[in-house]
Design a protein around this ligand. Structure first.
Ligand code: IPM
Ligand code: MG
Length: 362
């Protein structure tokens, strides 16, 4: 029996509807295992801009810091595309990542046996693919300074800074090696060492850290080659270790191996003793908002990661994962993963009900 306070940030677009499904599942889990989950809600992203004028109100960050974990839907809407960069919805998410010191983003790419035919890739290429992407989340070009736009030699010029310190690389590398120790003991570090100074340092530091993990095989790959290898031979990867920007791009690419971006969960973990945040890797998909068509599985699996990583509830998390597999095995599909005639199309809410119901059974 555990008591946990969870900050719920539904955000924009389809955020509220996918979160609603995850809460259905969490309710079943709390009852079944006799835990008490208290949900607190706060604003982030576009809804926060509408109500408070900023994408990350101070109150939201404070509530996040004092909760046991944060579960987030998605942020963003085209409606805000013309706003100044610093008050766009995405800035709320980045502010929260920075404010909670969430430096380690784990994005597991697993192929559900039942969905093998949903992948755009050939079955024999992706069968048994199981990758853990470890993306650095609070540094790199996303946050580096100087950044900005200025007039240089009479024309508008914009710039960002890709920057990593030894200590930042060290701590994310450790997460990757620790993760590999619990898996197949292989780390592929992805960089652009043939061109970038920051990648050269990245590689040096990763090699140094690898000495503490003699059992783990380390290899390096340039990011352009990695983008190709992910599609050509995804099975070669176990843990992928990479920087903020490369990880953002490669994780979207890797998600389609499993059939849909709507299946990919994520955990963002803090420096020691902080609060973790859990969110699907997909965005807010504003044009699907309220239509009951999107896939809630990425968010439901993110809730399972929350149970595992923040609350140490291993068997509860496993229950959710099994419930998802079971419902897929029964042939239920949201639109994004519907491929064959014998499958049954269901909406977002029905998929949530089915998984919650299944979680209650075991
Ligand atoms: C992600 C998203 C975010 C990112 C956006 C919404 C700021 O794409 O979580 O992958 O770039 O990190
Ligand atoms: Mg992304």
């Amino acid at each position: 029996m555990q008591n946990k306070t969870i900050l719920i940030l539904k955000g924009d677009g389809i955020g509220p509807e996918v979160i609603e499904q995850a809460l259905k599942v969490l309710d079943v889990i709390s009852q079944k295992y006799n835990h008490k989950f208290e949900y607190i809600e706060a604003l982030i992203g576009g809804v926060a801009i509408d109500k408070c004028g900023v994408p990350l109100p101070d109150e939201t960050l404070e509530l996040a810091k004092s909760s046991d974990a944060v579960l987030l839907g998605a942020v963003g809407d085209w409606k805000y595309d013309n706003l100044d960069f610093d008050i766009r919805p995405e800035k709320g998410l980045l502010g929260l990542r920075k404010g909670l010191r969430l430096f380690a983003n784990l994005r597991p790419v697993k192929i559900f046996e039942e969905l093998i035919s949903s992948s755009p890739l050939k079955e024999n290429l992706i069968k048994d693919t199981d990758i853990m992407i470890v993306r650095e989340l609070s540094g790199g070009i996303y946050f580096g300074s100087p950044r900005g736009t200025e007039i240089k030699k009479g024309e508008k010029t914009a710039f960002n800074t890709m920057i990593y310190s030894e200590s930042e690389i060290k701590r994310i590398a450790k997460v990757a090696f620790e993760s590999a120790m619990l898996r197949n003991k292989k780390v592929c570090s992805i960089d652009k060492e043939n061109v970038l100074d920051v990648s050269r340092l990245w590689r040096d530091v990763v090699i140094k850290i690898s000495k503490d993990y003699p059992e783990v095989e380390l290899y390096h790959m340039y990011v352009d080659n990695a983008a190709m290898q992910l599609i050509m031979e995804p099975k070669q990867f176990d843990v992928i270790l990479t920087s903020n920007l490369f990880g953002d791009i490669l994780s979207d690419e890797a998600s389609v191996l499993s059939g849909s971006l709507g299946l990919l969960p994520s955990a963002s973990l803090p420096a020691d003793g902080g609060v973790g945040m859990f969110e699907p890797c997909h965005g807010s998909a504003p044009n699907f908002k309220g239509l009951d068509v999107v896939n809630p599985i990425a968010t439901i699996l993110s809730a399972a990661m929350m149970l595992k990583y923040s609350f140490n509830m291993e068997k509860e998390a496993q229950n959710i994962e099994t419930a998802v597999s079971e419902v897929l095995k029964q042939g239920y599909r949201t639109k994004d993963i519907l491929k064959n005639e014998n499958e049954q199309l269901v909406g977002t809410s029905k998929m949530g009900d089915l998984i919650a119901n299944e979680a209650g059974k075991r």
